[in-house]
Design a protein around this ligand. Structure first.
Ligand code: GYE
Length: 323
């Protein structure tokens, strides 16, 4: 009995290794503890802080000896952080690539070193590196759909005859900025009432969002809709609008993505219309997906996160659990 079980296990492990290498991916052993790398890109906003905390909170229950770094907003530093993790002999890498292109060599280097990599929350250029080949999978939201849902909410809820839109884009070259723009732009173009008069990057940051909004407000004083690619920039834009004597929620509709505590509070206060959720709580999903992979499962290339939507109807019910 014992021998058969052993043999069966050996065959299963053998099959697993073959399945993984046949797909070109490094296999992952099943064991009690793993040396895990999480190479965070920056920690200048509540979303990033909540995500890093989610990895730390998951570490003990998932058997992770976690090495977490902070690239402080630099893709080059993020590449160096991954390098150092490879040198330290991590078993698994969780990586949110700050931008779509610069992290591709790091992903390939991890693979060459036999380290399975999971991209979390942002992805890389799909023409240069592929899930199931260069990395195991992308864990994250449908950013095109997020942008589309913001556009749809705006189309349904904007009261005026002519919507003059300023768009605050996320980090240039990042997958959520590219896709949130595409999803929104394509959908809003289907309704002749709307025009995007300016679209500029605020790097997903509150203060830059405020500064960019201040400048754009001078060039486009007739703006009555602000679409920000994340809540931090939306809050920055609200500050700029108020400083200029405008009334967000009254004469300017502010719409955005993430679902932070400040954004839900702004909705409750009537200053913001909608935020489509983009959850930062990746720890548990990272654990579960890694364990499935170690058990020999073929992981779907995109482990998709489903997002809720927060408006005046439900913001108060969720603000306490927000980050
Ligand atoms: O929306 C933003 C963060 O990549 C999904 O990055 C993530 C985005 C999130 O800095 O606030």
């Amino acid at each position: 009995m014992k021998r058969t079980l052993l043999l069966a296990t050996a065959i299963a492990i053998g099959a697993m290794a073959t399945a993984a290498t046949a797909a070109g991916l490094p296999p992952l052993e099943q064991k009690d503890r793993y040396k895990v790398g999480f190479a965070q890109m920056e920690s200048n906003n509540p979303w990033r802080i909540a995500e890093t905390k989610s990895f730390h909170d998951t570490a003990e229950s998932c058997g992770w000896d976690l090495i977490a770094t902070d690239a402080a907003g630099s893709a080059a530093k993020q590449v160096a952080d991954v390098d150092s993790m490879i040198a330290q002999g991590i078993d698994v890498l969780f990586l949110p690539p700050r931008e779509e292109k610069p992290l591709i060599p790091a992903v390939k280097k991890a693979k060459a070193a036999g380290i399975p990599t999971f991209l979390v929350d942002r992805s890389v250029d799909p023409n240069a590196a592929k899930a199931g080949e260069d990395f195991v999978a992308f864990l994250g939201s449908d950013f095109i759909d997020q942008g589309k849902r913001v556009a749809e909410w705006t189309i349904e809820n904007f009261k005026g005859d002519k919507g003059v839109i300023v768009q605050l884009e996320g980090t240039t070259g990042s997958s959520p900025a590219n896709d949130r723009k595409k999803g929104f732009d394509d959908r809003i173009a289907e309704d002749g009432r709307f025009e995007i008069v300016a679209s500029q990057s605020g790097d997903f940051a509150r203060d830059l969002g405020r500064q960019v909004m201040e400048t754009l407000l001078q060039a486009h004083p007739d703006v009555n809709i602000v679409y920000a690619h994340n809540d931090e920039m939306a809050i920055g834009a609200i500050q700029a609008l108020e400083l200029a004597g405008r009334k967000p929620g009254d004469d300017v509709l502010v719409v955005s993505i993430d679902g932070t505590r400040d954004a839900l509070q702004a909705i409750i206060d009537g200053k913001m219309g909608v935020t489509v959720e983009s959850s930062p709580f990746f720890g548990p999903l990272a654990c579960e997906t890694m364990k499935r992979y170690a058990a020999g499962e073929t992981i779907e290339p995109w482990v998709q996160v489903k997002d809720r939507i927060f408006t005046a109807d439900n913001a108060a019910a969720h603000v306490d659990e927000a980050y």
